[in-house]
Design a binder for this molecule. Structure first.
Ligand SMILES: Cc1cc2nc3c(=O)[nH]c(=O)nc-3n(C[C@H](O)[C@H](O)[C@H](O)COP(=O)(O)OP(=O)(O)OC[C@H]3O[C@@H](n4cnc5c(N)ncnc54)[C@H](O)[C@@H]3O)c2cc1C
Length: 384
């Protein structure tokens, strides 16, 4: 039996999640589909399940509030493919993501004008970026992609799932699973005693947390990844630093740096990974402890040194969020090890820093696979 997740100290991102679940009763005793985790993956899966199988009951069990994991803390750069590049049969992730947004009427300030790879080498003739950061960073490649407001995306997907009839239960951490013919899920709501419920099928969408439940303890690397946001800057400053086009950017060499301009002209920059102090349980990672404040200091110093127009910029937010890396960089998208024969549980996880579009995309695919409409790919297995 696992203990219920504690509160975490990962700081506050600038995004706002304004979703409030409709009051539709408490935990049912038996349900058709349990979705564990209320981030992009779980919410998209729940909404899609209700869309294509409206006669089935769907409940999202979220340990804290929806978006309290990576999804409400992400940078919101939407990219095509996966962290491992294109994969056999993956399809067009960005097109699929746009289709999900369209299907559910989600407005998340989405812009798909492209993204920039930047590096310390000779850039494209049209590079507007010349930043001082262990060499001169320039735009070396333009790729498909864009940005979303993650708070609005979480809220929009949650509203769609709720509207379509999924029950979204916040503060309902799953603490154990008993693998019977119909799996039995132990849920320990914050305000009441632990309960056991039966779920015919399960989607594990807990990303870098609860790795024991999803049986992802081997060969996986859970970390907290760090980001900062500046105060809103003037349009002229954006032009001077080369970000007037508002394309998000990430380095293809090291030291790593990524970022994007927000709707209010603040700029987010991210770099730095933190390990939980004594285990792989990121709940124990604390952004105010040990060496983490120094990592933030050094990231802010780097940002101020990128360009004279950023020399005096002030920072308004420092935060971290959970991220899961797999050695091969491919996402996990597989039958749960306990469900290889029964095919009644799927694990969707390990997007590394490449999960904004892919998480919703695989959430939808996972919903279709659990209903027997689609197969799972071979690259998503642990032993692939
Ligand atoms: C700071 C940061 C910046 C990033 N930037 C980008 C970017 O710019 N572009 C990009 O493509 N990707 C980026 N990523 C990655 C991307 O955000 C994630 O891959 C994506 O949000 C994963 O969504 P998810 O739903 O799978 O996981 P999560 O959003 O982490 O959701 C998992 C949910 O499960 C819940 N949970 C965990 N355990 C339990 C339990 N036992 N019971 C019930 N609920 C549980 C958690 O509370 C959480 O809400 C970034 C990530 C971080 C942290």
């Amino acid at each position: 039996m696992h203990s219920a997740p504690k509160p975490h100290n990962w700081g506050n991102p600038p995004w706002r999640i304004d979703f409030i679940p409709s009051a539709r009763g408490g935990l049912p005793d038996v349900l058709d589909f349990a979705v564990i985790g209320g981030g992009f993956t779980g919410l998209a899966a729940a909404a899609w399940l209700r869309k294509i199988a409206p006669e089935k009951s769907v409940t999202v069990l979220e340990a804290w509030k929806v978006g309290d994991g990576a999804s409400g803390r992400t940078g919101g750069m939407a990219l095509s493919e996966s962290a491992a590049g294109d994969l056999p049969g993956l399809g067009d992730v960005l097109a699929g993501f746009k289709e999900i947004l369209g299907e559910f009427g989600v407005d998340c300030d989405q812009r798909f004008a492209g993204a920039w790879e930047i590096a310390r080498k000779k850039g494209l003739a049209k590079s507007s970026i010349f930043w001082n950061d262990s060499g001169t960073l320039q735009v070396t490649k333009e790729v498909e992609g864009g940005t979303v407001d993650p708070g609005k995306l979480v809220s929009g997907l949650a509203r769609a799932a709720d509207r379509l009839g999924a029950l979204i239960l916040e503060n309902h951490p799953v603490t154990d699973i008993a693998w019977r013919d119909i799996p039995e899920i132990a849920v320990t709501p914050r305000a009441s005693a632990s309960r056991k419920i039966s779920a015919r099928k399960i989607i594990f969408a807990t990303n870098a947390l609860s790795l024991k439940l999803s049986e992802l303890e081997e060969g996986m690397h859970p970390k907290l990844t760090l980001a900062v946001a500046t105060e809103p800057v003037h349009e002229e400053q954006l032009a001077q630093i080369g970000l007037a086009e508002r394309k998000p950017f990430y380095t293809s060499d090291l030291p790593y740096l990524w970022g994007r301009v927000c709707e209010n002209n603040s700029i987010i920059f991210g770099a730095g990974l933190v390990q939980a102090p004594h285990s792989d349980d990121l709940i124990d990672a604390d952004i105010s402890a040990a060496e983490v404040p120094q990592i933030f200091d050094s990231l802010e110093k780097r940002v101020r040194g990128l360009h004279p127009a950023l020399k005096l910029v002030q920072f308004t937010h420092r935060w971290g969020g959970p991220i899961l890396f797999r050695d091969s960089w491919e996402p996990i998208f597989m039958w749960h090890p306990e469900a290889k024969k029964t095919r009644n549980a799927i694990v969707i996880s390990a997007f590394a820093g490449h999960g904004v579009a892919l998480s919703s995309y695989l959430g939808r695919w996972g919903a279709e696979a659990l209903l027997g409409h689609r197969k799972l790919p071979s690259w998503g297995k642990l032993d692939s």
